[in-house]
Design a protein around this ligand. Structure first.
Ligand SMILES: [Zn+2]
Length: 125
């Protein structure tokens, strides 16, 4: 009876209940969840799950949001990719928008000065 819980692992607690496939799926998730993960801040292998999507590093106490069962997916999700894309484009807009407005203002001021100069010339002549 040494090998009793090797195959079932963490789902041994369910006995024969709920069906094999579901227990297998759950084991796959729980095995990943219960392993200590690498901390994104101090790189120590000491990140544990506090709650759904909340991960805490037991070394530096860094708390961050992540996946429900894994702190970070290997591949960024579609939403993350989109958010990154928008963040990058948003920064560009922020960087260029005020400059464009300044250029427009300067151009308007130059136009106004030219008009004034024209008026002065007309008055003089
Ligand atoms: Zn840490």
């Amino acid at each position: 009876m040494v090998r009793k819980f090797v195959k079932t692992g963490s789902t041994a607690r369910f006995g024969a209940r709920y069906g094999v496939s579901i227990r297998k799926q759950m084991k796959a998730i729980e095995d990943k969840r219960k392993v200590k993960h690498q901390c994104p801040k101090c790189q120590h292998m000491s990140v544990k799950r506090r709650d759904t999507g909340i991960w805490v590093c037991r070394h530096c106490n860094y708390t961050f949001a992540g996946g429900a069962y894994v702190p970070k997916y290997a591949e960024p999700t579609k939403i993350e990719a989109k958010m990154k894309e928008e963040a990058v484009s948003g920064d560009k807009d922020k960087g260029t928008a005020p400059k464009a407005k300044k250029v427009e203002k300067v151009e308007e001021e130059l136009d106004a000065e030219e008009e004034r100069a024209d008026k002065v010339e007309e008055e003089l002549s």
